[in-house]
Design a protein around this ligand. Structure first.
Ligand code: GLA
Length: 564
Protein backbone atom coordinates (compact mmCIF):
# COMPACT_ATOMS: atom_id res chain seq x y z
CA UNK A 1 0.00 0.00 0.00
CA UNK A 2 1.29 3.40 -0.89
CA UNK A 3 1.42 6.02 -3.59
CA UNK A 4 2.96 6.39 -7.04
CA UNK A 5 3.14 9.75 -8.85
CA UNK A 6 2.65 8.58 -12.44
CA UNK A 7 -1.12 9.05 -12.74
CA UNK A 8 -0.89 12.59 -11.39
CA UNK A 9 2.44 13.97 -12.56
CA UNK A 10 3.85 11.76 -15.33
CA UNK A 11 7.52 12.78 -15.75
CA UNK A 12 7.06 16.04 -13.78
CA UNK A 13 8.07 14.23 -10.67
CA UNK A 14 9.81 16.71 -8.38
CA UNK A 15 11.07 16.11 -4.89
CA UNK A 16 8.87 18.98 -3.63
CA UNK A 17 5.71 17.39 -5.05
CA UNK A 18 6.58 13.98 -3.68
CA UNK A 19 7.39 15.30 -0.23
CA UNK A 20 4.13 17.28 -0.32
CA UNK A 21 2.24 14.08 -0.97
CA UNK A 22 4.24 12.24 1.69
CA UNK A 23 3.29 14.88 4.27
CA UNK A 24 -0.34 14.57 3.20
CA UNK A 25 -0.24 10.79 3.44
CA UNK A 26 0.74 11.19 7.06
CA UNK A 27 -1.45 14.14 8.05
CA UNK A 28 -4.56 12.72 6.37
CA UNK A 29 -4.29 9.48 8.33
CA UNK A 30 -3.73 7.41 5.19
CA UNK A 31 -0.32 6.24 6.40
CA UNK A 32 -1.93 5.16 9.63
CA UNK A 33 -4.43 3.20 7.55
CA UNK A 34 -1.54 1.36 5.86
CA UNK A 35 -0.34 3.44 2.89
CA UNK A 36 3.40 3.47 3.45
CA UNK A 37 5.29 3.14 0.17
CA UNK A 38 6.12 6.43 -1.54
CA UNK A 39 7.41 5.58 -4.98
CA UNK A 40 9.15 7.61 -7.65
CA UNK A 41 8.20 6.76 -11.23
CA UNK A 42 9.78 7.61 -14.59
CA UNK A 43 11.58 10.97 -14.91
CA UNK A 44 14.08 11.08 -12.02
CA UNK A 45 17.27 10.39 -13.95
CA UNK A 46 19.61 12.70 -15.85
CA UNK A 47 22.06 10.26 -17.45
CA UNK A 48 24.29 7.23 -17.06
CA UNK A 49 27.93 8.21 -16.53
CA UNK A 50 30.85 6.55 -18.30
CA UNK A 51 31.52 4.48 -15.15
CA UNK A 52 27.94 3.23 -15.27
CA UNK A 53 26.63 5.18 -12.30
CA UNK A 54 23.29 6.92 -12.83
CA UNK A 55 23.12 10.63 -12.20
CA UNK A 56 19.99 12.10 -10.69
CA UNK A 57 18.30 15.17 -12.18
CA UNK A 58 19.08 17.56 -9.35
CA UNK A 59 16.87 20.30 -10.76
CA UNK A 60 14.00 18.02 -9.73
CA UNK A 61 15.65 16.41 -6.69
CA UNK A 62 17.68 19.23 -5.11
CA UNK A 63 18.65 17.11 -2.11
CA UNK A 64 20.44 14.74 -4.51
CA UNK A 65 23.20 17.32 -5.12
CA UNK A 66 25.47 16.01 -2.40
CA UNK A 67 28.63 17.86 -3.51
CA UNK A 68 31.84 16.77 -5.18
CA UNK A 69 29.99 16.39 -8.47
CA UNK A 70 28.10 13.36 -7.08
CA UNK A 71 24.37 12.85 -6.96
CA UNK A 72 22.56 10.62 -4.50
CA UNK A 73 18.94 9.88 -3.64
CA UNK A 74 19.99 8.76 -0.17
CA UNK A 75 19.00 12.06 1.54
CA UNK A 76 15.56 11.85 -0.09
CA UNK A 77 15.10 8.24 1.04
CA UNK A 78 16.28 9.12 4.54
CA UNK A 79 13.66 11.85 4.80
CA UNK A 80 10.94 9.36 3.88
CA UNK A 81 12.30 6.75 6.27
CA UNK A 82 12.42 9.33 9.06
CA UNK A 83 8.71 9.88 8.47
CA UNK A 84 8.05 6.17 8.93
CA UNK A 85 7.53 5.68 5.20
CA UNK A 86 9.12 3.32 2.68
CA UNK A 87 10.68 4.48 -0.57
CA UNK A 88 10.38 3.12 -4.09
CA UNK A 89 12.18 3.86 -7.35
CA UNK A 90 11.66 3.07 -11.01
CA UNK A 91 13.81 1.65 -13.79
CA UNK A 92 13.52 -0.43 -16.96
CA UNK A 93 14.68 -3.94 -17.72
CA UNK A 94 15.90 -2.82 -21.17
CA UNK A 95 18.40 -0.08 -22.04
CA UNK A 96 15.84 2.70 -22.32
CA UNK A 97 12.70 3.73 -20.51
CA UNK A 98 9.05 4.22 -21.44
CA UNK A 99 9.10 8.02 -21.26
CA UNK A 100 11.84 8.14 -23.90
CA UNK A 101 9.38 6.70 -26.41
CA UNK A 102 5.96 7.63 -25.05
CA UNK A 103 6.65 11.11 -23.64
CA UNK A 104 9.10 12.39 -26.30
CA UNK A 105 8.26 16.03 -25.56
CA UNK A 106 8.93 15.73 -21.84
CA UNK A 107 11.58 18.19 -20.65
CA UNK A 108 12.76 15.53 -18.20
CA UNK A 109 14.14 12.85 -20.48
CA UNK A 110 17.65 11.51 -19.93
CA UNK A 111 20.28 13.66 -21.63
CA UNK A 112 23.66 13.36 -23.36
CA UNK A 113 25.08 10.86 -25.80
CA UNK A 114 23.23 7.73 -26.90
CA UNK A 115 25.11 5.76 -24.24
CA UNK A 116 24.41 8.34 -21.54
CA UNK A 117 20.72 8.17 -22.31
CA UNK A 118 20.71 4.40 -21.70
CA UNK A 119 19.42 4.63 -18.15
CA UNK A 120 17.71 1.20 -18.11
CA UNK A 121 19.23 -1.68 -16.16
CA UNK A 122 19.97 -3.94 -19.15
CA UNK A 123 23.79 -4.10 -18.96
CA UNK A 124 23.96 -2.76 -15.41
CA UNK A 125 21.71 -4.93 -13.26
CA UNK A 126 24.13 -5.56 -10.41
CA UNK A 127 25.49 -2.02 -10.39
CA UNK A 128 22.05 -0.40 -10.48
CA UNK A 129 20.62 -2.63 -7.75
CA UNK A 130 23.67 -1.91 -5.55
CA UNK A 131 23.04 1.79 -6.11
CA UNK A 132 19.27 1.69 -5.56
CA UNK A 133 19.09 -0.74 -2.65
CA UNK A 134 22.62 -0.78 -1.25
CA UNK A 135 23.68 2.84 -1.41
CA UNK A 136 20.43 4.77 -1.63
CA UNK A 137 18.46 2.36 0.61
CA UNK A 138 15.25 2.15 -1.38
CA UNK A 139 12.78 -0.58 -0.37
CA UNK A 140 10.96 -1.10 -3.65
CA UNK A 141 11.71 -0.99 -7.35
CA UNK A 142 9.26 -0.97 -10.24
CA UNK A 143 10.96 -2.36 -13.33
CA UNK A 144 9.27 -1.45 -16.57
CA UNK A 145 9.85 -3.12 -19.93
CA UNK A 146 9.53 -0.57 -22.75
CA UNK A 147 13.24 -1.13 -23.37
CA UNK A 148 12.40 -4.63 -24.59
CA UNK A 149 9.33 -3.61 -26.57
CA UNK A 150 9.71 -0.23 -28.20
CA UNK A 151 13.27 -0.04 -29.51
CA UNK A 152 13.10 -2.55 -32.34
CA UNK A 153 15.38 -2.10 -35.35
CA UNK A 154 13.57 0.06 -37.84
CA UNK A 155 11.69 2.17 -35.27
CA UNK A 156 12.22 5.86 -36.07
CA UNK A 157 13.88 6.63 -32.74
CA UNK A 158 16.37 3.88 -33.52
CA UNK A 159 17.04 4.55 -37.21
CA UNK A 160 17.50 8.24 -36.37
CA UNK A 161 20.39 7.19 -34.13
CA UNK A 162 18.73 8.53 -31.00
CA UNK A 163 18.57 5.10 -29.35
CA UNK A 164 20.28 1.75 -29.83
CA UNK A 165 18.16 -1.11 -31.17
CA UNK A 166 17.20 -3.93 -28.83
CA UNK A 167 14.88 -6.86 -29.45
CA UNK A 168 11.99 -6.59 -29.59
CA UNK A 169 11.58 -9.32 -26.99
CA UNK A 170 8.06 -8.17 -26.16
CA UNK A 171 5.50 -7.60 -28.89
CA UNK A 172 2.36 -6.23 -27.26
CA UNK A 173 -0.67 -8.53 -27.45
CA UNK A 174 1.40 -11.08 -29.38
CA UNK A 175 2.76 -13.66 -26.93
CA UNK A 176 3.63 -15.80 -29.93
CA UNK A 177 6.07 -13.15 -31.18
CA UNK A 178 7.43 -12.34 -27.72
CA UNK A 179 10.33 -14.17 -26.11
CA UNK A 180 8.89 -14.96 -22.70
CA UNK A 181 11.81 -17.20 -21.74
CA UNK A 182 14.32 -14.44 -22.32
CA UNK A 183 12.18 -11.77 -20.65
CA UNK A 184 11.78 -14.03 -17.62
CA UNK A 185 15.54 -14.65 -17.50
CA UNK A 186 16.21 -10.90 -17.31
CA UNK A 187 13.82 -10.40 -14.40
CA UNK A 188 15.21 -13.51 -12.72
CA UNK A 189 18.75 -12.17 -12.80
CA UNK A 190 17.59 -8.75 -11.66
CA UNK A 191 15.85 -10.35 -8.71
CA UNK A 192 19.08 -12.21 -7.86
CA UNK A 193 20.97 -8.91 -8.00
CA UNK A 194 18.47 -7.43 -5.52
CA UNK A 195 18.77 -10.44 -3.22
CA UNK A 196 22.54 -9.98 -3.10
CA UNK A 197 22.17 -6.43 -1.82
CA UNK A 198 19.12 -7.08 0.37
CA UNK A 199 19.61 -10.64 1.65
CA UNK A 200 16.89 -10.06 4.26
CA UNK A 201 14.40 -10.53 1.42
CA UNK A 202 12.35 -7.50 2.39
CA UNK A 203 12.77 -5.59 -0.87
CA UNK A 204 9.92 -5.50 -3.35
CA UNK A 205 10.36 -6.07 -7.08
CA UNK A 206 7.35 -4.85 -9.05
CA UNK A 207 7.42 -6.38 -12.53
CA UNK A 208 5.90 -4.13 -15.18
CA UNK A 209 5.47 -5.96 -18.47
CA UNK A 210 1.76 -5.02 -18.60
CA UNK A 211 0.73 -8.69 -18.64
CA UNK A 212 2.79 -9.26 -21.79
CA UNK A 213 5.22 -12.10 -22.52
CA UNK A 214 3.11 -14.43 -20.34
CA UNK A 215 4.32 -12.60 -17.23
CA UNK A 216 1.32 -13.82 -15.30
CA UNK A 217 2.74 -17.33 -15.60
CA UNK A 218 6.31 -16.66 -14.48
CA UNK A 219 6.48 -13.33 -12.66
CA UNK A 220 5.50 -14.86 -9.32
CA UNK A 221 8.81 -16.71 -9.26
CA UNK A 222 10.84 -13.49 -9.30
CA UNK A 223 8.77 -10.53 -8.11
CA UNK A 224 6.26 -9.74 -5.40
CA UNK A 225 3.79 -8.11 -7.80
CA UNK A 226 3.33 -7.96 -11.54
CA UNK A 227 1.16 -5.92 -13.82
CA UNK A 228 -1.56 -7.90 -15.57
CA UNK A 229 -2.56 -5.27 -18.16
CA UNK A 230 -1.73 -2.02 -19.93
CA UNK A 231 -1.81 1.29 -18.05
CA UNK A 232 -5.00 2.26 -16.26
CA UNK A 233 -6.78 5.44 -17.30
CA UNK A 234 -9.25 7.40 -15.19
CA UNK A 235 -12.24 5.95 -17.03
CA UNK A 236 -14.78 3.38 -15.89
CA UNK A 237 -14.03 1.09 -18.87
CA UNK A 238 -10.28 1.15 -18.31
CA UNK A 239 -10.73 0.43 -14.60
CA UNK A 240 -12.94 -2.59 -15.38
CA UNK A 241 -10.57 -3.82 -18.06
CA UNK A 242 -7.63 -3.77 -15.65
CA UNK A 243 -9.71 -5.32 -12.89
CA UNK A 244 -10.69 -8.21 -15.18
CA UNK A 245 -7.09 -8.89 -16.19
CA UNK A 246 -6.19 -9.59 -12.56
CA UNK A 247 -9.55 -10.92 -11.33
CA UNK A 248 -9.33 -13.91 -13.65
CA UNK A 249 -6.21 -15.20 -11.94
CA UNK A 250 -6.84 -15.91 -8.25
CA UNK A 251 -4.84 -19.15 -8.35
CA UNK A 252 -1.66 -17.27 -9.27
CA UNK A 253 -1.63 -14.92 -6.28
CA UNK A 254 -1.00 -15.21 -2.57
CA UNK A 255 1.19 -13.73 0.15
CA UNK A 256 4.34 -12.34 -1.45
CA UNK A 257 3.00 -12.70 -5.02
CA UNK A 258 0.23 -10.43 -6.18
CA UNK A 259 -1.57 -9.72 -9.43
CA UNK A 260 -1.29 -5.98 -10.05
CA UNK A 261 -4.06 -4.31 -12.07
CA UNK A 262 -2.11 -0.99 -11.79
CA UNK A 263 -2.33 2.09 -9.60
CA UNK A 264 -5.64 3.37 -8.25
CA UNK A 265 -7.21 6.27 -10.11
CA UNK A 266 -9.22 7.44 -7.08
CA UNK A 267 -9.17 11.24 -7.28
CA UNK A 268 -8.99 11.36 -11.07
CA UNK A 269 -11.58 11.47 -13.89
CA UNK A 270 -14.41 8.97 -13.37
CA UNK A 271 -13.25 8.44 -9.77
CA UNK A 272 -12.94 12.05 -8.58
CA UNK A 273 -14.87 13.85 -5.85
CA UNK A 274 -17.94 14.11 -8.10
CA UNK A 275 -18.03 10.35 -8.65
CA UNK A 276 -18.09 8.82 -5.20
CA UNK A 277 -20.06 5.76 -6.31
CA UNK A 278 -17.42 5.01 -8.93
CA UNK A 279 -14.58 5.70 -6.50
CA UNK A 280 -16.08 3.29 -3.94
CA UNK A 281 -16.49 0.65 -6.64
CA UNK A 282 -12.87 1.05 -7.79
CA UNK A 283 -11.62 0.73 -4.22
CA UNK A 284 -13.85 -2.27 -3.51
CA UNK A 285 -12.71 -4.08 -6.64
CA UNK A 286 -9.03 -3.65 -5.84
CA UNK A 287 -9.73 -4.73 -2.26
CA UNK A 288 -11.64 -7.90 -3.12
CA UNK A 289 -8.90 -9.21 -5.44
CA UNK A 290 -6.13 -8.44 -2.94
CA UNK A 291 -4.50 -6.01 -5.37
CA UNK A 292 -1.65 -3.76 -4.28
CA UNK A 293 -3.21 -0.45 -3.22
CA UNK A 294 -1.05 2.25 -4.75
CA UNK A 295 -2.86 5.56 -4.83
CA UNK A 296 -2.12 7.61 -7.92
CA UNK A 297 -3.70 11.05 -7.52
CA UNK A 298 -2.18 14.28 -6.24
CA UNK A 299 -3.13 13.63 -2.63
CA UNK A 300 -2.60 17.26 -1.63
CA UNK A 301 -5.78 17.98 -3.61
CA UNK A 302 -7.78 14.90 -2.65
CA UNK A 303 -11.18 15.84 -1.16
CA UNK A 304 -11.94 14.46 2.29
CA UNK A 305 -14.72 12.29 0.84
CA UNK A 306 -12.11 10.39 -1.18
CA UNK A 307 -9.60 10.25 1.67
CA UNK A 308 -12.35 8.44 3.57
CA UNK A 309 -12.96 6.01 0.72
CA UNK A 310 -9.26 5.22 0.20
CA UNK A 311 -8.69 5.12 3.96
CA UNK A 312 -11.72 3.00 4.92
CA UNK A 313 -10.27 0.62 7.48
CA UNK A 314 -12.77 -2.15 6.89
CA UNK A 315 -12.14 -2.15 3.17
CA UNK A 316 -8.40 -2.15 3.75
CA UNK A 317 -8.78 -5.01 6.21
CA UNK A 318 -10.47 -7.03 3.47
CA UNK A 319 -7.65 -6.24 1.04
CA UNK A 320 -4.94 -6.98 3.61
CA UNK A 321 -6.55 -10.04 5.21
CA UNK A 322 -3.66 -12.20 6.41
CA UNK A 323 -4.77 -15.35 4.59
CA UNK A 324 -4.07 -13.51 1.34
CA UNK A 325 -6.72 -15.25 -0.74
CA UNK A 326 -7.65 -13.37 -3.89
CA UNK A 327 -11.40 -13.09 -4.45
CA UNK A 328 -12.98 -15.61 -6.82
CA UNK A 329 -15.78 -14.73 -9.24
CA UNK A 330 -18.77 -16.94 -8.40
CA UNK A 331 -21.27 -15.46 -10.82
CA UNK A 332 -21.31 -13.22 -13.85
CA UNK A 333 -24.61 -12.37 -15.51
CA UNK A 334 -24.97 -9.48 -17.92
CA UNK A 335 -23.51 -6.46 -16.17
CA UNK A 336 -23.47 -8.00 -12.72
CA UNK A 337 -20.66 -9.93 -11.11
CA UNK A 338 -20.20 -11.43 -7.65
CA UNK A 339 -16.72 -11.96 -6.24
CA UNK A 340 -16.08 -13.83 -2.99
CA UNK A 341 -12.89 -13.63 -0.96
CA UNK A 342 -12.45 -16.10 1.87
CA UNK A 343 -11.10 -14.35 4.95
CA UNK A 344 -8.72 -15.82 7.50
CA UNK A 345 -11.52 -16.17 10.06
CA UNK A 346 -13.30 -19.43 9.29
CA UNK A 347 -16.82 -18.84 7.99
CA UNK A 348 -16.07 -15.21 7.11
CA UNK A 349 -16.39 -14.11 3.48
CA UNK A 350 -15.93 -10.74 1.88
CA UNK A 351 -18.37 -10.35 -0.99
CA UNK A 352 -18.38 -7.75 -3.75
CA UNK A 353 -21.66 -7.37 -5.60
CA UNK A 354 -20.69 -5.40 -8.68
CA UNK A 355 -22.91 -3.55 -11.10
CA UNK A 356 -20.63 -2.90 -14.07
CA UNK A 357 -23.36 -1.23 -16.08
CA UNK A 358 -25.04 2.16 -16.28
CA UNK A 359 -28.51 0.93 -15.33
CA UNK A 360 -29.78 -0.08 -11.89
CA UNK A 361 -29.55 -3.82 -11.24
CA UNK A 362 -30.86 -6.31 -8.71
CA UNK A 363 -28.46 -8.96 -7.49
CA UNK A 364 -28.99 -12.08 -5.45
CA UNK A 365 -26.44 -14.45 -4.02
CA UNK A 366 -27.36 -17.54 -2.07
CA UNK A 367 -25.56 -18.70 1.05
CA UNK A 368 -24.85 -21.91 -0.82
CA UNK A 369 -22.58 -20.01 -3.22
CA UNK A 370 -20.66 -18.81 -0.17
CA UNK A 371 -20.49 -22.35 1.21
CA UNK A 372 -22.26 -21.13 4.33
CA UNK A 373 -25.06 -22.97 6.10
CA UNK A 374 -28.61 -21.71 6.24
CA UNK A 375 -28.72 -20.80 9.91
CA UNK A 376 -30.16 -18.20 12.22
CA UNK A 377 -26.81 -16.66 12.96
CA UNK A 378 -25.60 -15.34 9.60
CA UNK A 379 -24.59 -11.69 9.83
CA UNK A 380 -24.13 -9.42 6.84
CA UNK A 381 -22.08 -6.28 7.32
CA UNK A 382 -22.38 -3.65 4.62
CA UNK A 383 -18.95 -2.09 4.71
CA UNK A 384 -19.71 1.18 2.86
CA UNK A 385 -22.95 1.74 4.79
CA UNK A 386 -21.32 0.68 8.04
CA UNK A 387 -24.24 -1.42 9.28
CA UNK A 388 -24.60 -5.08 10.26
CA UNK A 389 -27.77 -7.14 10.02
CA UNK A 390 -28.85 -10.70 10.57
CA UNK A 391 -29.71 -12.37 7.30
CA UNK A 392 -33.34 -13.45 6.93
CA UNK A 393 -33.56 -16.46 4.62
CA UNK A 394 -30.96 -18.08 2.43
CA UNK A 395 -30.33 -15.35 -0.13
CA UNK A 396 -28.62 -11.98 0.00
CA UNK A 397 -30.41 -9.57 -2.30
CA UNK A 398 -29.44 -6.00 -3.14
CA UNK A 399 -30.64 -3.27 -5.47
CA UNK A 400 -27.61 -1.61 -6.99
CA UNK A 401 -27.38 1.77 -8.63
CA UNK A 402 -25.42 2.29 -11.86
CA UNK A 403 -21.73 1.43 -11.36
CA UNK A 404 -22.31 0.64 -7.71
CA UNK A 405 -20.38 -2.05 -5.85
CA UNK A 406 -21.80 -3.27 -2.56
CA UNK A 407 -19.10 -4.65 -0.33
CA UNK A 408 -20.16 -7.08 2.38
CA UNK A 409 -18.57 -9.19 5.06
CA UNK A 410 -20.76 -12.24 5.63
CA UNK A 411 -20.15 -14.42 8.66
CA UNK A 412 -21.78 -17.76 9.21
CA UNK A 413 -21.27 -21.48 9.64
CA UNK A 414 -19.25 -23.25 6.90
CA UNK A 415 -21.16 -25.75 4.83
CA UNK A 416 -20.13 -28.55 4.72
CA UNK A 417 -19.15 -28.07 8.33
CA UNK A 418 -15.86 -29.90 8.22
CA UNK A 419 -14.48 -29.22 4.76
CA UNK A 420 -12.84 -26.45 2.81
CA UNK A 421 -12.99 -26.36 -0.98
CA UNK A 422 -9.78 -25.66 -2.86
CA UNK A 423 -11.43 -22.67 -4.56
CA UNK A 424 -11.84 -21.15 -1.08
CA UNK A 425 -8.10 -21.23 -0.48
CA UNK A 426 -6.38 -19.95 -3.64
CA UNK A 427 -3.46 -18.50 -1.70
CA UNK A 428 -2.52 -22.03 -0.61
CA UNK A 429 -2.37 -23.23 -4.20
CA UNK A 430 0.64 -22.99 -6.45
CA UNK A 431 0.10 -23.63 -10.13
CA UNK A 432 3.35 -25.51 -10.72
CA UNK A 433 2.54 -26.61 -14.29
CA UNK A 434 -0.49 -25.11 -15.94
CA UNK A 435 -0.62 -27.34 -19.01
CA UNK A 436 0.02 -24.47 -21.35
CA UNK A 437 3.59 -25.50 -22.14
CA UNK A 438 4.55 -24.92 -25.74
CA UNK A 439 0.95 -24.08 -26.53
CA UNK A 440 1.17 -20.66 -24.90
CA UNK A 441 0.81 -18.88 -28.18
CA UNK A 442 -2.28 -20.80 -29.16
CA UNK A 443 -4.23 -20.33 -25.98
CA UNK A 444 -7.13 -17.92 -26.41
CA UNK A 445 -6.01 -14.82 -24.47
CA UNK A 446 -9.33 -14.66 -22.62
CA UNK A 447 -8.63 -18.12 -21.20
CA UNK A 448 -6.68 -18.73 -18.04
CA UNK A 449 -4.97 -22.12 -17.80
CA UNK A 450 -5.95 -22.62 -14.14
CA UNK A 451 -9.12 -21.17 -12.67
CA UNK A 452 -10.96 -21.34 -9.36
CA UNK A 453 -14.62 -22.38 -9.67
CA UNK A 454 -14.50 -22.21 -13.48
CA UNK A 455 -13.01 -23.93 -16.50
CA UNK A 456 -10.00 -22.34 -18.28
CA UNK A 457 -12.48 -20.92 -20.82
CA UNK A 458 -14.41 -19.24 -18.00
CA UNK A 459 -17.41 -21.56 -18.34
CA UNK A 460 -18.86 -23.19 -15.22
CA UNK A 461 -17.20 -26.49 -14.27
CA UNK A 462 -19.20 -29.36 -15.75
CA UNK A 463 -18.39 -33.06 -16.03
CA UNK A 464 -20.78 -35.69 -17.45
CA UNK A 465 -23.59 -33.14 -17.38
CA UNK A 466 -23.14 -32.35 -13.69
CA UNK A 467 -22.26 -28.79 -12.72
CA UNK A 468 -19.73 -28.11 -9.96
CA UNK A 469 -19.92 -24.72 -8.26
CA UNK A 470 -16.79 -25.65 -6.36
CA UNK A 471 -13.56 -26.97 -7.78
CA UNK A 472 -10.58 -26.12 -9.91
CA UNK A 473 -10.59 -25.99 -13.72
CA UNK A 474 -7.26 -26.52 -15.42
CA UNK A 475 -5.67 -27.78 -18.61
CA UNK A 476 -4.39 -31.34 -18.56
CA UNK A 477 -0.65 -32.01 -18.36
CA UNK A 478 -0.67 -29.85 -15.30
CA UNK A 479 0.37 -30.01 -11.67
CA UNK A 480 -1.08 -28.10 -8.75
CA UNK A 481 0.65 -27.90 -5.39
CA UNK A 482 -1.60 -27.35 -2.40
CA UNK A 483 -0.16 -26.31 0.92
CA UNK A 484 -1.77 -28.41 3.67
CA UNK A 485 0.82 -28.09 6.42
CA UNK A 486 -0.51 -31.29 8.05
CA UNK A 487 -3.84 -29.59 8.81
CA UNK A 488 -6.08 -32.03 6.93
CA UNK A 489 -6.89 -35.72 6.97
CA UNK A 490 -8.81 -36.35 3.74
CA UNK A 491 -8.86 -35.12 0.18
CA UNK A 492 -11.93 -35.78 -1.96
CA UNK A 493 -12.76 -34.74 -5.52
CA UNK A 494 -14.56 -35.83 -8.65
CA UNK A 495 -12.15 -35.28 -11.49
CA UNK A 496 -13.03 -35.43 -15.17
CA UNK A 497 -12.81 -33.92 -18.60
CA UNK A 498 -14.76 -30.68 -18.88
CA UNK A 499 -17.97 -31.17 -20.87
CA UNK A 500 -17.68 -29.80 -24.37
CA UNK A 501 -13.90 -30.20 -24.43
CA UNK A 502 -12.54 -31.38 -27.77
CA UNK A 503 -12.42 -35.15 -28.25
CA UNK A 504 -13.01 -37.61 -25.41
CA UNK A 505 -9.53 -38.45 -24.26
CA UNK A 506 -8.54 -40.55 -21.30
CA UNK A 507 -6.93 -38.51 -18.57
CA UNK A 508 -4.81 -39.89 -15.74
CA UNK A 509 -5.34 -38.21 -12.36
CA UNK A 510 -2.64 -38.69 -9.74
CA UNK A 511 -2.58 -37.36 -6.21
CA UNK A 512 0.73 -37.14 -4.38
CA UNK A 513 1.41 -36.33 -0.73
CA UNK A 514 4.89 -34.95 -0.10
CA UNK A 515 6.09 -36.62 -3.29
CA UNK A 516 4.55 -40.04 -2.56
CA UNK A 517 1.81 -41.33 -4.87
CA UNK A 518 -1.42 -41.63 -2.87
CA UNK A 519 -3.80 -42.57 -5.65
CA UNK A 520 -3.86 -42.78 -9.42
CA UNK A 521 -6.98 -43.22 -11.57
CA UNK A 522 -7.61 -43.01 -15.28
CA UNK A 523 -10.88 -42.26 -17.00
CA UNK A 524 -12.77 -40.56 -19.76
CA UNK A 525 -15.63 -39.42 -17.59
CA UNK A 526 -15.88 -38.64 -13.90
CA UNK A 527 -13.35 -40.27 -11.60
CA UNK A 528 -13.84 -40.30 -7.85
CA UNK A 529 -10.87 -39.61 -5.64
CA UNK A 530 -10.99 -40.08 -1.89
CA UNK A 531 -7.73 -40.42 -0.07
CA UNK A 532 -6.11 -39.91 3.33
CA UNK A 533 -3.76 -36.95 3.50
CA UNK A 534 -2.89 -37.35 7.16
CA UNK A 535 0.43 -35.69 7.96
CA UNK A 536 0.87 -34.32 4.44
CA UNK A 537 2.51 -30.92 4.01
CA UNK A 538 2.20 -30.53 0.25
CA UNK A 539 -0.48 -32.19 -1.86
CA UNK A 540 0.05 -32.44 -5.60
CA UNK A 541 -2.75 -32.87 -8.12
CA UNK A 542 -1.54 -34.05 -11.51
CA UNK A 543 -3.68 -34.47 -14.63
CA UNK A 544 -2.00 -36.11 -17.64
CA UNK A 545 -3.29 -36.89 -21.10
CA UNK A 546 -4.88 -35.03 -23.93
CA UNK A 547 -6.35 -35.08 -27.36
CA UNK A 548 -3.35 -35.86 -29.54
CA UNK A 549 -0.63 -35.51 -26.93
CA UNK A 550 0.77 -33.11 -26.00
CA UNK A 551 -2.31 -31.00 -26.80
CA UNK A 552 -4.06 -30.48 -23.46
CA UNK A 553 -7.74 -30.75 -22.71
CA UNK A 554 -9.78 -28.90 -20.07
CA UNK A 555 -10.25 -30.93 -16.92
CA UNK A 556 -12.10 -30.26 -13.70
CA UNK A 557 -11.17 -31.20 -10.15
CA UNK A 558 -14.83 -30.98 -9.25
CA UNK A 559 -15.81 -30.42 -5.59
CA UNK A 560 -12.12 -30.75 -4.67
CA UNK A 561 -12.02 -30.36 -0.92
CA UNK A 562 -10.04 -31.00 2.21
CA UNK A 563 -11.33 -32.26 5.51
CA UNK A 564 -9.55 -31.64 8.78
C1 GLA B 1 4.72 2.50 -18.42
C2 GLA B 1 4.16 1.94 -17.12
C3 GLA B 1 3.52 3.06 -16.33
C4 GLA B 1 4.53 4.16 -16.07
C5 GLA B 1 5.14 4.64 -17.36
C6 GLA B 1 6.32 5.55 -17.14
O1 GLA B 1 3.71 2.94 -19.27
O2 GLA B 1 3.26 0.92 -17.38
O3 GLA B 1 2.98 2.56 -15.12
O4 GLA B 1 5.53 3.66 -15.19
O5 GLA B 1 5.62 3.56 -18.16
O6 GLA B 1 6.88 6.01 -18.35
Amino acid sequence: MGWNPWNAFRTEVTEAKIMGVAETLKSSGLTGAGYRYVNVDDGWWLKRRADGRIEVRTSMFPSAAVGGGETSLRPFVERLHAMGLKAGLYTDIGRNACSQIWDPKSPNLPEGTQAEREVGSFDFQAQDMRLIFGEWKFDFVKVDACGLADYAPGKSAVTGGQYRALGPYIVRERPDLSNAVYVESLYASLNKAIAEVRPAGDAILSICTWGEANAADWARRHGQMWRTSADIHASWESMLHNFDSAARRPLYAGPGRWNDPDMLQIGNGAFDGRHLVGARAHMALWAIISAPLLLGADLTKLPQSLVEIAGNREVIAINQDPAGHQGVTVSRQGDTQAVVKSLAERGAKAVALINRGDKPARMSLSLARLNLALAADVTVRDVWRGDSRKLEGAVITRELGPRETVLLVVKGRPQPANAVYLNEMPANIHVAEDGQGVLAARLDPSWVPAQASAAPSGAPLRVNGKRYDNGIGILSNSRLEVKLDKAYRRFRATAGVQDGAEGAPEVRYSVYGDGKLLVKKTGKGAVRLDVSVDGVRTLELVAEGGVTPPAPVMVAWGDARLEP
